[in-house]
Ligand binder design. Structure first.
Ligand SMILES: [Zn+2]
Length: 235
């Protein structure tokens, strides 16, 4: 299997795994850079995220133009492309309409680490892009990329989030930790004041969470979970 074919398969798996994790439904997407290029792979716009196959993956260039594949790319593609162009270190980008992250943003509550999943993103609040409109232009994509900065995630107020990582596996694991961090913070907030982690606690816990072996463990778990749900057929 070629490197690109392997990435297409992994991307299809990631779509189904994010569906099982309830982080994408009929919308939301994940993409990957073809290593060393300004070409990117992403699943087709109309395809259900729970049944994406490698054949449903399209290749787009740095202008967002489809150069291979049978589907149009998702309409919010500029968010992915402009992030890749702003960040040479980023290999995979996900955009989620994830519920608990959105709930926090609706109440203008910052997402600060207060439990272990949140430490993956380092100390302080995850930055928030304030415009709730869908990201359909390069200018909007640039604004989201600026909000993301050098970080791993940004919240889109009332809309969702963007997660950027060094591999498909890393990005999937970060998507899961981002939503779990937000969900726990929401629930704890209903009980009273929240005790946030100190920077030292974030650094110590986060270091272990970012290990490649842990990222792989998360990936393997969600592969197994998707398989158990009967959603890995053909991959
Ligand atoms: Zn969106």
């Amino acid at each position: 299997m070629s490197e690109v074919d392997d990435l297409k398969r992994k991307l299809a798996m990631a779509c189904r795994m994010l569906f099982v994790a309830e982080l994408v439904d009929y919308s939301g997407h994940i993409s990957v850079r073809i290593p060393g290029t300004d070409r990117f792979l992403i699943h087709g716009h109309p395809v259900s995220r729970c049944e994406v196959t490698p054949d449903d993956i399209v290749t787009v260039d740095r202008e967002g133009k489809r150069i291979e594949g049978k589907w149009d790319p998702p309409s919010e593609l500029p968010m992915h492309i402009r992030t890749y162009l702003a960040r040479n270190d980023v290999q995979s980008v996900a955009h989620l309409h994830n519920r608990m992250v959105v709930v926090l943003s609706m109440a203008d509550r910052p997402l600060i680490p207060a439990s272990n999943p949140g430490t993956l993103f380092g100390p302080g609040a995850i930055p928030v892009y304030q415009d709730p409109a869908l990201i359909h232009t390069n200018e909007q994509g640039d604004a989201v990329a600026r909000t993301l900065g050098a970080g791993d995630a940004a919240i889109l107020r009332g809309h969702g989030s963007i997660v950027a990582g060094q591999s498909i596996e890393w990005t999937v694991a970060a998507c899961i930790d981002l939503e779990e961090s937000a969900a726990r913070l929401c629930w704890a907030s209903t009980l009273g004041p929240v005790r946030f982690y100190t920077d030292d606690e974030v650094a110590r816990v986060g270091k272990g969470r970012r290990k490649q072996s842990v990222i792989q463990k998360v990936w393997d778990h969600y592969v197994a979970k998707a398989r158990l749900a009967g959603l890995m057929d053909g991959l």
